[in-house]
Ligand binder design. Sequence first.
Ligand SMILES: Cc1cc2nc3c(=O)[nH]c(=O)nc-3n(C[C@H](O)[C@H](O)[C@H](O)COP(=O)(O)OP(=O)(O)OC[C@H]3O[C@@H](n4cnc5c(N)ncnc54)[C@H](O)[C@@H]3O)c2cc1C
Length: 392
Amino acid sequence: MTAATFDSTFVESEERQALRQAVAALGRRYGLEYFIRTTRAGEHTHELWQEAGKLGYLGVNLPEEYGGGGGGIAELSIVLEELGAAGSPLLMLVVSPAICGTVIARFGTDEQRRRWLPGIADGSARMAFGITEPEAGSNSHRLATVGRRDGTDWLVSGRKVFISGVDAADATLIVGRTEDARTGRLKPALFIVPRDTPGFEYRPIEMELTSPEKQFQLFLDDVRLPADALVGDEDAGLLQLFAGLNPERIMTAAFSIGMGRCALDRAVDYARTREVWKTAIGAHQGLAHPLAQARIEIELSRLMMQKAAFLYDSGDDLGAGEAANMAKFAAAEAAAKAVDQAVHTLGGNGLTTEYGLGALLTASRVARIAPVSREMILNFVAQHTLGLPKSY
Ligand SMILES: Cc1cc2nc3c(=O)[nH]c(=O)nc-3n(C[C@H](O)[C@H](O)[C@H](O)COP(=O)(O)OP(=O)(O)OC[C@H]3O[C@@H](n4cnc5c(N)ncnc54)[C@H](O)[C@@H]3O)c2cc1C
């Protein structure tokens, strides 16, 4: 690795800075008020999604020959971070272009790439991602969704829970298992399941979140799929899964960092002007220091996210795995703390509907739980980075 390429993870190239500024300008035209108003009206942020798609932001990471921008997860994370910093994060960026787009671009057949990537890139098609199951939870070894061959077709059955955005997605990429013909063991396999496929049912879960993307329970009951619903090759399921999970973690970090910045900006604006005694409340170190600390922690987690994106985009899946886990952990903790401190800075106004920060309280906790909980990341680092024994 040359010094120049290494430096580029610290100092953003002019192209990336320009992308950041352009996305920030789009985000400002929508913002937190739009996001909360739309969500409370029970609507989706489709206008923003479509505009971002037309401008080429949704597919910055996808190959140019399929309508993408030819960049990587580094670019896509900039898009999500800046939209989030403006108050209008698009959660489905974590799923549609980052997981599904990446997996199909890397492992899909030519036909699957042609069918899905141009739409995912321009925003006209969306794909949800379903791995979590009610019984398996954090233990993905217990996944019980199974695809069985029936002639050339697949019959897929199972249940999923907490799957985001299924109602607005054309299809869901379902993580299941198939039987290995040689060993008889079950191994991971990814199936593209269009939303209107008979036997595929989705029901919303009531969540305490101000988010336009809803979470769903999925019921797959002998869902008949054609042979080409299986992504790529039957033997590459595990590789495919990891190819999708690292971008998911990096993008969840971007989601958190954007939200943390949004909350912090609002708190700082408020603390600069609100006077209770003789000076602005931001002059009191009891308020200023936690805000300064939140800024430092957000900045540090962004650095880790940039490292993870750099490793991933350079093809180092293994190195990216550790960095992506650490980045997601750090960003989720930093955002939860920043939002909490921002709410506190506004006093009573921190919980008014008008200031919009209360809505971020629950949203900022999501990244501590999903896509992998903070404890499972600590387990990963304890075992893989530190070499400590496993307790479970
Ligand atoms: C808003 C939201 C959106 C989501 N979107 C999606 C989506 O689009 N697609 C998808 O597939 N999933 C999605 N999820 C699901 C999410 O990935 C899971 O909730 C998460 O992986 C945790 O699984 P669980 O809820 O079953 O918790 P559990 O596995 O039951 O864990 C419960 C608690 O126990 C702890 N725990 C479990 N095992 C251990 C251990 N060995 N050591 C220490 N602690 C442990 C966990 O850290 C956690 O705190 C979403 C979840 C939320 C909240």
